[in-house]
Design a protein around this ligand. Sequence first.
Ligand code: ADP
Ligand code: MG
Length: 389
Amino acid sequence: GYNYGVPHSHQNQCEDQMECQKIRVCIRKRPLGVQEVHRGETDIISTLDKKSVLIHEMKEAVDLTEYLLQHEFHFDEVFDETCTNQDVYMKTTFPLIQHVFKGGKATCFAYGQTGAGKTHTMIGTRQKPGLYALAARDIFQLLDRSQLCQKFHVYISFFEIYCGQLYDLLNRKKRLFAREDGNHVVQIVGLREEKVASADMLLEAISWGNQERSRGASGVNTDSSRSHGIIQIQIKDLARRVFGRISFIDLAGSERAADTRDPDKVTKMEGAEINQSLLALKECIRALDQEHTHTPFRQSKLTQAPVKLYDTFLINVLKDSFIGNSKTCMIANVSPSHVSTEHTLNTLRYADRVKELKRGIKSSSVSSFKKSKVVRATSPKHCKNSCKE
Ligand code: ADP
Ligand code: MG
């Protein structure tokens, strides 16, 4: 196969990532925001080392005394609040880019509750570019350096799944449809693929699509936390055959519909839709866990039911991670605030399931999720990050 090499400056930093992991599960904790500090919210997440987190949960006993529960989790990588997008990029996405340059497929997705930092991580801003933008820079650098830009072209697409419907963000939110091809791969019909000649052009197109994403049909701003945004960067040869591909998925918020404060009925339906989708993903993970490696998708109960596009999409993401020449990186974003304790634990448990699934492939499927333990019977009202005693 092809191997076009990687920029030397990056090589050393990535060495320990270069093991053949098909799925990497990483956690990113964001800092407390200024407003949150103002409201007296406290940080309940300690990052023990670069692979472990400890959550300090305050609970109330029946006699109304408070006690502290600690939950410890281990992942492939834990990024604390001091990590930049560049730091996250080097340890999550850059190894995927190397894989893409060997003709592989890769997916990087952000999971977590609304406000946990998914969009910040995936899309970012002009000042703090997200993972896709950092990837674009390296892709063009690699192509230019090796003078492959004459042999290959870069194409991008950007679409969203909102309320179960597909919209092309590079084509005025044109409604799109998906169908499964003979190889059970979901194809999106009529999705616009824009050829881009530089990282700047790529960023420009995505930034344009991003403005579309936040705009509803009626012109009013919609809540992008309810939509899944998918950016695909493809490297194609002159005959337009796909050589390598990387996708960046900024998922809708993982919080449950019941928690949505918006009383609007439509909003509730959207919430239910998201909920259902995530539930289906969970089912998929469970099904994969049971190791019917060759035909789980056609025959599983899940795919016989009228599958929602989002489910199909994510199922394919996960499926590829197992049977295709694909690598996947999940970044579970968490908020540090005590207000989000429940969501944070949900996110970490979910990520833990994905991690277990990965272990399943390597034949031992023992969970390394440590039992939660009661630390002391009484404790201060709120737990600071330092209360590890
Ligand atoms: P989500 O997409 O998960 O709903 P956002 O990415 O929009 O969350 O993040 C919520 C807020 O927190 C934004 O104002 C964002 O700028 C900020 N934020 C998120 N992650 C970080 C981080 N690592 N460092 C600094 N600010 C962050
Ligand atoms: Mg977002």
